[in-house]
Ligand binder design. Structure first.
Ligand code: NI
Length: 180
């Protein structure tokens, strides 16, 4: 369909809570068009995930995928997933730290605490129920993307601001890849 602009931190709508996708609009032309634009935009930006608010649509729709390509040499693969109206249920008490980036905060990385394992439920584009329990990077990506639906960008979750900076300074070998 179309690559759409990914809006960046500072845009007020990124800090809004998005509304649920209407139950009577699954498998609709409107939803398929939105998802096509999201996928095109994510691929064009080399992203591992994208939330609808990042292309200025404040609805509770996210996509993510990590394939086996060299773009993500240090990450386990995640199947391409459309997740609509998600609900997250952490299955761990303690969060663990890892580095994140975001297409709406280009060129930067920050250390963020996330649950290492969780269950997520929601719906695919047809309206079929999704129910998965995941660990590791998969769990982290889902938490990052669902935060976007609640108006939260990862820098808002950084507790040690000395662990927030430019990718080219922190991780020169990662420049241009592995954006979330
Ligand atoms: Ni992001």
């Amino acid at each position: 369909m179309a690559v759409r602009p990914i809006i960046r931190m500072g845009t007020p709508s990124l800090f809004e809570k998005s509304v649920p996708w209407p139950a009577n609009k699954f498998d609709s032309p409107e939803l398929h068009a939105l998802l096509a634009d999201m996928k095109d935009s994510m691929i064009a930006a080399n992203g591992a995930g994208l939330a609808a608010p990042q292309i200025s649509e404040n609805v509770r729709v996210v996509i993510f995928e990590v394939d086996n390509s060299s773009r993500y040499p240090n990450r386990e693969p995640i199947p391409f997933t459309v997740l609509i109206n998600p609900v997250l249920t952490p299955s761990a008490e303690e969060k663990i730290d890892d580095w994140e980036g975001c297409l709406s905060v280009p060129g930067m990385r920050g250390l963020v605490a996330r649950y290492p394992t969780l269950r997520y439920t929601g719906f695919d584009e047809i309206g079929n129920a999704i129910d998965r329990t995941v660990i590791g990077f998969h769990a982290r990506v889902v938490q990052h993307e669902v935060d976007h639906l609640d108006g939260v960008l990862y820098p808002m979750r950084i507790t040690d601001m000395t662990k927030f900076g430019y990718t080219e300074i922190l991780f020169p070998e990662l420049v241009g890849i592995d954006e979330d």
